[in-house]
Design a protein around this ligand. Structure first.
Ligand code: DON
Length: 557
């Protein structure tokens, strides 16, 4: 039987307990530490490790492994991401564990197969970075023992957990899982589907996690798990070989640091475009006076959308993995360049996207997943971690006998320059497929600092919409003086240059929409722009907010 969300909540004790547990509508507050994640059990696991004396890194690593069990939509072993760590003394690093293209992946190969091959099935998979990335962060900066941090994930995989309503719904919608026998068995119960509240056991995943706990992250890349991944490639012409796995390395990078109205903005560099986007748009807004138009006014939305449009045009031409393409970072972030971009914005009229670039229009498809974790520990160390399988449940390929899904990150490359990918992003040759290259990302885990202290830790899923989601929460707090929960709740909008459309969440006034149309915007609707997980520090309190758009939790210590 299928339930509507309301029926399930009314009839099931688990549902009611879930509402209470999730603390819906209430920002959690604490002075001793805070974890925000998109799934309540995982957030609790993180808070428990903070209580046990772990630092922000320990908690983030434990949450990430737990999400791989409890949030298979995006939590993962088979994907990649970015972890931004800022210590209380101001030192900060980014662990880049973005996936890389396998050695056998070439531009020609992806052009010669249907474009769907970069989205569904083994050929969509890039070499996963999560396990070595989390391993590196934990070995260098964590306090607790690796195996201890994986224990809750192992137990949840072994004993199972009640399937949340949203997971049950998302599994039903993930038709591509049905195309792979192992995914059909594990995630769709061979067509019987998981019901909300049913206990979800994942014995194969528990065994994989146990191997990684006992033998360390290397096991995933050189042991039994590596062999199982390679075996999973064979049926669909997947490209990941043992040598790709052995050679994969996460990288430590210097964060990008900018300023906005007295705040220091610490964020991630390429191969994500997210940090560049955030700093570019903030740079265009700083001297514009846009905020005087007021939150939600057509003029303010217009100006921010125009700045976003300009960033996304630059993204398409000039951002990619810096190991393969010489990213003109200084030019893209130079105040003089941003001032010129700002002065090109007409307050009255939308700039048609073709005037900013030369690629054809594309339609955007909906739904995909990534997930973000924010942690702040008692000492003021902060972690913003965004990681992903790319699309919802990634490529749809579950590694047989290992119990986890593989990413479809190859679609983040411009597999066909000039044509839109699954997020409608039109990208240029800088981001073309090359062996060993990291695909361009939009992930933007970010920390805002004032008076030397981390005051806002945040990030979001949403593909290109990540940039808009993170940006608008920052603007809501810095420019419109909102409290963090209002800043996250407020309706959001997004523009990504191509397609030439301003997308709005529900909640903007019809009058405003009309004014935007009169300025020349093609307005479209969207259910949600990202799902932000944020922690703000105010009067000594840590305020955690899990976005109402998801079912996550802010777990205070
Ligand atoms: O790295 C990126 O930009 C994408 N792989 C992120 C995908 C994503 O956020 C989907 N989430 N809803």
């Amino acid at each position: 039987m299928r339930y509507t969300r309301r029926e399930w909540l009314r009839t099931s004790a688990a549902g009611l307990a879930g509402c209470w547990q999730a603390g819906w509508g209430l920002p959690s507050r604490s002075r001793l530490g805070m974890v925000v994640a998109e799934e309540p059990l995982a957030a609790e696991v993180g808070a428990n490790f903070l209580r046990k004396g772990g630092n922000a890194i320990d908690a983030a690593v434990a949450v990430a492994f737990t999400l791989a069990v409890t949030y298979p939509q995006a939590g993962n072993l088979g994907g990649g991401g970015f972890l931004l760590y800022r210590r209380s003394d101001g030192w900060a690093k980014v662990v880049d564990f973005r996936e890389v293209a396998p050695r056998r992946a070439t531009e020609e190969l992806y052009r010669s197969v249907p474009s769907e091959a970069a989205v569904v099935g083994p050929r969509a998979c890039a070499v996963p970075g999560t396990v070595r990335g989390l391993g590196l962060a934990q070995r260098r900066y964590g306090r607790l023992k690796w195996a201890e941090l994986l224990q809750p994930a192992i137990e949840l995989a072994e004993r199972g957990f009640p399937v949340p309503f949203e997971l049950a719904e998302e599994l039903r919608r993930a038709r591509h899982l049905g195309r792979f026998a192992e995914s059909r068995r594990v995630y769709l119960k061979d067509g019987h589907y998981w019901q909300p509240g049913e206990q979800f056991h994942q014995p194969e995943l528990a065994r994989t996690l146990r191997r990684i706990a006992e033998q360390g992250p290397e096991e995933f890349y050189e042991g039994e798990t590596a062999r199982l991944i390679v075996a999973a490639m064979e049926p669909g012409g997947g490209l990941i070989g043992l040598e790709d796995l052995r050679a994969y390395q996460p990288l430590e990078r210097e964060p990008l640091v900018g300023q906005y109205r007295g705040w220091q903005v610490v964020t991630v560099p390429p191969p994500s475009s997210g940090g560049v986007g955030l700093l570019q748009v903030l740079g265009m807004l700083e001297e514009s006076g846009y905020e005087r138009c007021g939150w939600g006014s057509a003029d303010a939305i217009h100006f921010v959308a125009e700045a976003l449009r300009r960033f996304f045009a630059d993204r398409a031409c000039c951002l990619a993995d810096p190991a393969f393409y010489s990213v003109p970072l200084e030019r893209l972030l130079a105040p003089a360049y941003l001032a010129r971009r700002r002065s090109g914005i007409d307050w009255r009229r939308a700039t048609p996207s073709q005037m900013l670039g030369a690629w054809p229009d594309g339609l955007e498809r909906e739904r995909a997943q990534t997930t973000h974790v924010s942690v702040l520990d008692q000492d003021g160390n902060a972690v913003a971690l965004t990681y992903t399988l790319n699309g919802l449940f990634g490529s749809g390929v579950t590694v047989p006998r290992a119990g986890f899904l593989l990413n479809n990150e190859m679609d983040d490359f411009a597999t066909r320059p000039g044509q839109p990918n699954q997020f409608g992003l039109v990208q240029g040759p800088a981001n073309r497929v090359e062996p060993g290259k990291r695909p361009l990302s939009s992930m933007a885990p970010t920390i805002l600092v004032r008076d030397g202290l981390a005051r806002l830790v945040l990030g979001s899923p949403g593909g290109p919409r990540i940039v808009s989601a993170v940006l608008e929460v920052v603007l809501n707090m810095v420019d419109f003086k909102m409290e963090v929960h209002d800043a996250v709740d407020a309706p959001r909008f997004h523009h990504q240059w191509r397609p030439d459309a301003l997308v709005l969440e529900p909640g903007f006034s019809p009058d405003t929409v009309k004014l935007l149309q009169m300025k020349g915007h093609r307005v479209a609707r969207i259910a949600n722009v990202g799902k932000v997980g944020a922690i703000a520090v105010q009067d000594g309190w840590m305020l955690g907010v899990a976005d109402r758009r998801g079912y996550g939790r802010a777990a205070g210590v």
